[in-house]
Each structure stands twice: as structure tokens, then as C-alpha cells.
Design a protein around this ligand. Sequence first.
Ligand code: 1CP
Length: 388
Amino acid sequence: MLRFKVRLNQKCTDTKIKSKNNDIPVLCSKAGIFFNSIASKSILQTTITLKNDLILRAARGEKTERTPVWLMRQAGRILPEYRAVRERMGGFKELVKSPEFACEVTIQPVDILGVDAAIIFSDILVIPEAMGLNYEMVESKGPWFEKTIQHGGDIEALKIAEANDLQYVLDAIKLTCKELNGRVPLIGFAGAPWTIFAYMIEGKGSKTFSLAKKFLYTNPIEAHTLLEKITKSTINYLKAQINAGAHMVQIFDSWAGILSPQQYNEFSLKYISDICNAITEVPVTVFAKGAFFARAEMGKLNCNTIGLDWNMEISESRSLIGNHKTLQGNMDPCLLYADYATIKKETQNMLRQFGPHRHIANLGHGVYPDIEKDKVKCFIDTVKEFRF
Ligand code: 1CP
């Protein structure tokens, strides 16, 4: 059950710190929740002092006592407690659209696994829906769209999503911030425009997303029109999440790796860059799965953190991306099938390779649903106990 122990309008102590890129001074709370002083006035009223801000400090390139850790897909089927709530709700979408239950499963990994951040329980597919394409989450199959984008007319019919189209996510964020009561920061997120585009064209998951790629080759101008509309919607959405209380945001480009380097620059990185330039209020993480070929270009993005998957060698990534970014990742999720001693040894190896600064520990992609909860906990505890 939810417990409401929040003091609304709790005052924060104003101190001057640096903005997202350590250059523009902004107002901040004592513990490091920070925001653009003009754009985010509304947050001031409900800001709660953070007790653990390791992840925000790591993202900004500040020193931390230890490496912070969280997991992509930490809220989900690895937790029996999640499965129980999910069963009670009936379906995935019902859960996503019920702020109280979304809040409950968002906080579960903080309570049960001891991670250093929560990520709001939602899905990247809420954006296509807010733009006019309804999705269903089919049990043991994944997402399915009744209507897909096939030609220019379909793109014209889509609306640009605005904050109030996603009020249920914003309500879940507000509630979660209250309920977390400053224990750890809350991460907001969205899909990268290319990944959202891929689902809008394909209508479901795919190994190759060949319909989406075909659209790039056959309708490049219309592809850009659609990507532009998704980008505008995503900026509105991320800003609304920040206004609702998200302390940092992550952009997931899950299908980056199926594009060629040249296509990636033209159809994905350009739009991610537009989003990064628009989000000035909180640290931004960009995770582009499989985009090993774009690491040097990603180093030029106006973001704080770059997520690495497990195929990306750590020291090579550091030299391609540069020292001015925090790196996140990048353990192979399958390591968590190994025995405890192996998990511990490999996790310590990973930490040594990244070094003590500008690293947020994570897996190289989402945790798989059949991984034992105690193995996940072993990974997290190993990071939390490690000292350089
Ligand atoms: O019924 C269930 O429990 C379904 C499983 C599930 C969950 C737990 C889906 C279906 N989505 C989610 C939540 C989710 N999705 C979160 C929030 C919680 C957390 O991370 O702890 C996040 C951040 C996402 C993001 C997401 N959804 C991505 C990007 C990250 C990634 O894994 O690459 C993608 C690609 C999706 C689409 C999606 N949603 C769900 C599935 C099974 C899929 C993938 C479909 C495919 O194979 O193409």
C-alpha cells in the first residue's frame, strides 16, 4: 500500500550550482536537485531534499563516494511483487495508466533491490498513442498497433503530443516523487524519435524493422516530417516530466543498431541532438543500443551521460566519447545467469575498467525477466560495496 508521508511546499535551500553542462548557474536545492530558475518555477513549490543524489552528481561529473547503480527495466517481471500488482491490474496498460499502482511498482526496486534511482513505470509507446496511434500490449508477445503509418496522409493526421495528453504519466511522477520523499532521484524517459518511428511504421516488435527502414529509403522526406513531429512531441513530454518532478531523463534508442552510420546520423542522431539541446533543466542520458559506430558523434551531443551496451569496449568508448561525459552501463545482462562468485568478480572488473569518476553502473540493456532477483541484488550490492 502507498504511504503518503510528504510535506508539500517543503522549502529548499537555494544555493548556486552549475547547470546540466556545468556552465550556466541555476538555482538548486541543498541536496542537488537542480533546475532552470525561470523554466521550472512550478517545481520549487514541491521540491523535496534528496537524501541520495549520487547519480545526479555522477551525471554532472562531480566526485562521488562510490559508483551509483540502477538497472534498465528494474521495475518488472524479475520482482514477484511487480507480478502481483500486474495480476491485480489485469493488463500492462491498466497499470501504466493508474498513477497509484505505477507509483507502487516504480518504488519496488528501491525498497527491494536498493538501487540509487527509480525510473518511472511507463513505456516509450505512450508517445505514439498520445500522437494518435493506440497500442495494445499483447500478453507474452509485446506491443501491437492496430493502425500504422503507411503514407504522408497518415503522418498529417498525427497530432503533436502535449503535456496534458500524458497526464497519467505526469500524475504518476508527482505521486512517486511524494512517496519517495527524497530517498533517491526519479528518472523520466522517452524513446528516441527513430525507435518510436520504427514502432509506428512496423506496428509491432521486429528483428529487422525492415518496413521502417524501407520507409527511410523510399520516403525520406516524409520520414523526416514524421521524425520532426515525434521530436516535438518528445520535447513537450520530457519537459512535462521534469516539471512534474523527474530529476533526470533518459532517451532510449533501442533500435539504433539496425541503421547504417550514415542513416543513423541523418535519421536518428540529428533528432536526439535536437532533444538534448531543448532539455536544459536536468541531466540527460542517451542510450543508443548497438550504435558502437556513432560513439564519437555521441560525444558531441549536448547531454551529460552516454549509455553503453556490453559490446562496446570500455576504454575504447571512453577515448571515442571523451572525458567530458559520464558513461553508463555496461554489463552483459546474461552475466546475471552466472553463479554469485562470477557475478561479483565480473562486476568488480567492470568497475575497475570504468574507474571512480563519471560512471553510473548499469547493465548494457534491460534486465531479462527470468533472472533471479537475488542475482540482480548481488550485482547491485557488489557495486555499492566496492571502493577504489
Ligand atoms: O507485462 C509486462 O510486464 C510487459 C513487460 C514490459 C515492461 C515491464 C513492457 C512491454 N514495458 C515495460 C516497462 C518499461 N518499458 C519501462 C519502465 C520500467 C523500468 O525500466 O524499470 C521502460 C523504461 C520501458 C522502455 C521500453 N519499452 C523500451 C526501451 C528500452 C529497451 O528495453 O530497449 C522499449 C523498446 C519498449 C517497448 C516494449 N515494451 C514492452 C516490450 C516487451 C517492449 C519491446 C518490444 C519489442 O520487442 O520490440
